[in-house]
Design a protein. Structure first.
Length: 79
């Protein structure tokens, strides 16, 4: 370890290293979930993919409607 690395390590408190360790563990866990989800998507049949696309499209449409109505509520509150 160089002198600058040692100073940096001493400069950072124990709380930082604890947070870093937790974040690294969480990142590894989320990465594993991502990999598992991706593998699951890769196993879908063409029919299942079409159903998923249709469900996703409907979800996006509903979210757009929800955003629109929320904006209308916000506009009414400002009046």
């Amino acid at each position: 370890m160089s002198a600058s690395e040692k100073k940096r390590a001493e400069w950072l408190d124990a709380g930082f290293w604890e947070r870093l360790d937790r974040l690294e563990g969480r990142h590894q866990s989320v990465q594993a979930k991502h990999d598992s989800a991706r593998r699951g998507l890769e196993r879908l049949t063409p029919n299942e993919l079409q159903e998923l696309r249709q469900a996703w499209q409907r979800y996006c449409e509903v979210i757009a409607e929800l955003d629109e109505t929320t904006a209308e509520f916000e506009a009414l509150r400002r009046v």
